[in-house]
Design a protein around this ligand. Structure first.
Ligand code: KIV
Length: 289
């Protein structure tokens, strides 16, 4: 339902007060779940309101990833990311989007101790942000937690394979599943989290046959990153795929040249300031009469 005035379209289904071209309904978790084996799901990370506005019309899901630790805050890894950071950025992304389902990462240390700790953290994240779901990293060990949250009204996206929050155990971000034993364990992780009720799962940084096997074996959609085009969807860190960074992992394709665009614009601005061509008459206010 919507109410329309001359200046503002108020989408009553989302309670959004900002003007939007057309009232839209957000994609829901059950609709995403039903996309298993159907049209591939498009997911990108978003951390800010403006980026959310730009990505929203083209994405099924926006992930407020804890990768914001590195991308926005220059941290060496995601271990230091806090609940407060996830809440602030999650709320911004929900404010900037109308159509995509917003998923917020549970930061390291907010869910591993017990299902009860995870419920408290996840409920806090959903209340503070208005997001539709949370994502957490881990497999078999976290399956009881996923079941606990799901049965209490919190949709969970699982994350298996390379789990960056475990960097201090793994020793780096190398591809996972090179030994038969590790490959088997990742497949078991995926099956356990799906059976526990995960509505979707990210498969990150694994040998392709593992991602294909998981996608065939689990009931929920798989979202690949460095995994396989046969996954039920794909996710990338937006700033990576826009070309903001010089160096990116092998699995990232640069779809844009953002760093070059920023540099060109800043060079022009600096030149304009230095030769006094900026600000020009169009940017200045003059007294009337
Ligand atoms: O934090 C993040 O951005 C993620 C994606 C890379 C899947 O978890």
């Amino acid at each position: 339902m919507s109410t329309t005035s001359k200046t503002l379209t108020l989408d009553t289904s989302t309670s959004r007060a900002n003007p939007t071209p057309k009232p839209m309904k957000r994609l829901t978790v059950p609709r995403i779940r039903r996309r298993k084996g159907e049209e591939p799901l498009v997911m990108l990370t978003a951390y800010t309101v403006r980026m959310a506005q730009l990505l929203d019309p083209h994405c099924d899901m926006l992930l407020v990833g804890d990768s914001l630790g590195q991308v926005i805050y220059g941290l060496p890894h995601t271990v230091a990311v806090t609940m407060d950071l996830m809440c602030a950025h999650g709320a911004a992304v929900v404010r900037g989007s109308y159509h995509a389902a917003v998923v917020v990462d549970m930061p390291f240390g907010s869910y591993e101790a017990s299902p009860e700790q995870a419920f408290e953290s996840a409920a806090h994240l959903l209340k503070e942000t208005g997001a539709a779901a949370v994502k957490l990293e881990g497999g078999k060990v976290l399956a009881p937690t996923i079941e606990f949250l799901t049965k209490r009204g919190i949709p969970v996206m699982a994350h298996v394979g390379l789990t960056p929050q475990a960097v201090n155990i793994l020793g780096g971000y190398g591809v996972r599943g090179k030994s038969d034993e590790e490959a088997k364990s990742i497949v078991e992780d995926a099956i356990a989290t799906s059976q526990a009720g995960a509505f979707a799962m990210v498969i990150e940084g694994v040998l392709e046959p593992i991602a294909i096997e998981i996608t065939k074996k689990v009931a929920c959609p798989t979202i690949g990153i460095g995994a396989s085009a046969e996954c039920d969807g794909q996710v990338l860190v937006t700033e990576d795929m826009l070309g903001l960074f010089e160096r990116t992992p092998k699995f990232v394709k640069k779809f844009g040249t953002m760093a070059d665009n920023v540099e060109d614009a800043v060079k022009e601005y600096a030149k304009g300031v230095r030769d006094r061509s900026f600000p020009g008459p169009e940017q200045l206010y003059q007294p009337k009469g």
